[in-house]
Design a protein around this ligand. Sequence first.
Ligand SMILES: Nc1ncnc2c1ncn2[C@@H]1O[C@H](COP(=O)(O)OP(=O)(O)OP(=O)(O)O)[C@@H](O)[C@H]1O
Length: 637
Amino acid sequence: MTEDFKHLTALLKKEKEEDLLQYKLKMTGTSFNERRKRGVCWYPVFLDRTKFDAGERLVVKVSRPKEHTESHMFSSGKLVSVFSTAGDNSESEETVSGVVNFVNKQEMMITLNHDFAPDWLRDGHLGVQLLFDESSYREMEKVLKYLAKVDSGRLYQLKKILLGGSEAGFKNLAPLTSPGLNASQNQALNLVNRAQDVAIIHGPPGTGKTTTLIEAILQTLKQERQTLVCAPSNAAVDLLVEKLGEHGVNVLRIGHPARVTEETLSKTLDVRVAHHPDYKELKNLKKKAEEYRTLGKKYKRNFGHAERQQRRLLLDEARSLKDDADQLSYYITNDILNKSQVIACTLVGASNNVIKGMSFNTVFIDEAAQALEPACWIPIIKAERVIFAGDHQQLPPTIKSFQAAKEGLEVTLFEKAIKNNRADVMLKEQYRMHTDIMNFSSSIFYNNKLVANKNVASWTVFEGDLAVEFIDTAGCGYFEQVDPESKSTFNKEEAELLGTHLKQYVEQIEAVSKIDEVESIGVIAPYKAQTAALVEHLLENKHLPSSIINKTDINTIDSFQGQERDIIYITLVRSNEKGEIGFLSNTRRMNVAMTRARKKLVVIGDSATIGQHEFYAAFLDYVNEIGAYKSAFEYIY
Ligand SMILES: Nc1ncnc2c1ncn2[C@@H]1O[C@H](COP(=O)(O)OP(=O)(O)OP(=O)(O)O)[C@@H](O)[C@H]1O
């Protein structure tokens, strides 16, 4: 088993090297202009505003010139440096790091890792660029090193159970029934209740995984004073924090305030400390300590005995006040930690110093199928038992090194735990999709086990409408193209056909006065270049009425994970003579795309190209079987 962790450490090293290499390729030896074009730098930027957030951290708002409109890679939660140049386009020493709070096309809010605004911030010539964030690799490496050495005790047992070698244990308890849950959800709740080591909730799309997990956490809190709840992404953690808050649970969110949603901010340690009854005293102590220190430091080199003594007294007093402040700060933090029923953080966030040394009877890990194994172990080393929730038939973890992925990094601890134990329950009743939308996914990924709840089983946008349509572009000559800059694939004619179909479909819905009942439309493309082509065609060319545009999102598959829309369009893009389908062959990703639709799913693609892959061949059979096949010729002539 030690060897397993050593192998994992080697894979993680490869991944980090690849990540760093990609970063360096974008950053080193390039001018600000080039970096800007690559989307990793904004220069120059203007300082619009500085303020302190609710947790008293310094936040700056910057904007870039109107003519700088290139797409960029900044996003909320990314580590950046704010820098100043001497005006000659060279970087100076003046930099401060921070975390992106919010960013759009022109503006960015950054929470600085600095207590006060440095003077140079006001001098202009500012820029912002992405930094390589090593901290999560460091924490993952640390935990693997630790695990490789553990050869006895509870963690050793858990290692054997999760990775194979020992059986997971379950208590014999009288069954629980939660009235709000359906049969398979209650089964999952009972499994969690009885689990001594591990329980796994497998939640296919729309089956109420989050609902079940929240109920399981609430049940656990009836027996345990405190639990740790984690997920790989900040967004997933915040969703759980929000839902637990709605049930009146006292939740403490550990994590950088810039990385949490506005709603969750009040639950972060920073803000909770700032609202603690003893916080005023803490601030006073810190202020006084600083005053004494400043006074003491005023005495310069040449001074006599009396002054020397005075200086010593002042500095001693400053030190003693600082010690008092540190103690009070420690007390406040502990007081908040003690009163919290749930501590919530990302997997890597579980390495935070604030919860160092703490242990929990139960650790919950949501979206576990999207997490790298090393990251999962960070909270598990604090646990007596672990509850996983996720779906290994949806998006896998993001891995940059192809080699590391293939050599094993892509296999998640969630998958290993399912394989090595009989400790999982699959939720079977889904509350999102029309049966026709559900059935294909159910047959390919879930052994035909999914059933549609009666309220959604036959819903459509209007009476008589088909829930699924496949529009075949074979023979239309719509060939894919590659964007020379981004190397991403797009298919302009297919984007236009999508626009034509959507426009006609909207007219049909309007004709039966059902348009107000359509709340949301999603247009999904597997390639970024195709989303850009769609934005241009559908939105910027005003191809659709604004009432529809306001309800429509266009994006890649990953950004739709966890979400749903009344109507979903998917453009498959690939159309070539060789039958190459690139990462369309990642069928788990396509499972996510197809299962976002509630009432209508329209897939557009070239059957001659995609049909060479068995998954799409099965899809073509399926659409033929349910009478959902149409040719693009119906729309272009
Ligand atoms: N037992 C239930 N009875 C009625 N509605 C339910 C039940 N369980 C879940 N739902 C509803 O189904 C929808 C999906 O639930 P939830 O968000 O918990 O699903 P999920 O499995 O986490 O979804 P995702 O596909 O995003 O992973 C929600 O609208 C929820 O209210």
